[in-house]
Unconditional design. Sequence first.
Lengths: 113, 113
Amino acid sequence: NAGVTQTPKFQVLKTGQSMTLQCAQDMNHEYMSWYRQDPGMGLRLIHYSVGAGITDQGEVPNGYNVSRSTTEDFPLRLLSAAPSQTSVYFCASSRPRDNSEQYFGPGTRLTVT
Amino acid sequence: GNSVTQMEGPVTLSEEAFLTINCTYTATGYPSLFWYVQYPGEGLQLLLKATKADDKGSNKGFEATYRKETTSFHLEKGSVQVSDSAVYFCASLGSGNTGKLIFGQGTTLQVKP
């Protein structure tokens, strides 16, 4: 099993550009989430999904879109990048139990200039 | 809403010293609690967890006990090693069984030989 994979590892964007961060998991997990990590703030939830076709907003959803057409994939779209979106982005997946471990991808480091 | 507060870092210790990283939570009900560790350049991985009051999670010499009366889940290790240098995150599972983790801000641990 590859676990949770994310691409790209690094990305530099100019303000106003759009891009999609890819996330895939091969563990047949129903739950998937996107977090951003900023210094001194821990990880904050952007969007999450409890299954294919079902998504919802987390704590900091503005400027990001998601969709979940398959169990395996959960891409995160930045529609018009802003410098405030410079961060490290982590995708995670888990089974639908209240004590389930979340499995994290290696992260994407995004810089918006 | 739920929240998690961790002690400020960075924490610098000598090898074989005793480690405590404080974590307190606020929540309605009794959420599952977790400690995740992030080694340099990597994603997060689960270190230990506890799912109900008085449960003790343990792994790799680390321990944490779910204390309902003090709403705490402090991380301890009796003798740290250089290889324990990492960022440690305390987290609670949000309500509604949606897989939404709420993270503390993270504590950086540096262990010197």
